[in-house]
Design a protein around this ligand. Sequence first.
Ligand code: SAH
Length: 189
Amino acid sequence: MDKAVAEFLRSLDRSLFLEGPTKRFADYDGPLPIGFNQTISQPSLVAYMTDALDLNKTHKVLEIGTGSGYQTAFLAHFAKEVITIERIKELSVTAQERLNDLGYQNITYIIGDGTKGWAELGPYDRIMVTAAPAEIPPLLIEQLRVGGKMVIPYGERIYQQLVLVEKTADHSISRTKLLDVAFVPLISG
Ligand code: SAH
């Protein structure tokens, strides 16, 4: 893993993205509940997925599934600009407050259905999906810039594969399997 990503993982206090009794488990390397049947992701996996995107300060990134905002902080730190979509308004608003407090000003928050991406602000250099659809949504591939990369879990409920999708040319992608994972479902509509 890139040294800078590992350092950021160590420096970012995950308890800032948790409320109430879960706060004291912040350093546990696993998902934790954040309400609304959703979870904050596992720290080592968040760092791994960030590393797999190979970000730099020229990149415009689309994130699907803001959740607690924990993964969003990694993206905002390593990319130029982040557009993050969350379907649950309360989670989006809370994440925005936390990330504002941390000083991130390069994030646009959208409440909506991320399975459709957000064409108005695309194309994107990078796409990070933090909830699992059954199949890779075609509109996300469409909104990825040629030469761009997407990290996405997909497959059946509970057991999915995390893949790196690279857009090699218009209408042409390659997929590389990274890991077996278990994410909450990406809910469309
Ligand atoms: N990276 C987040 C993980 C959140 S869990 C974190 O570390 O906190 C996945 C999130 O995806 C949940 O908040 C869920 O509400 C959201 N989600 C599920 N389906 C979605 C959709 N179609 N569009 C946008 N967000 C969605």
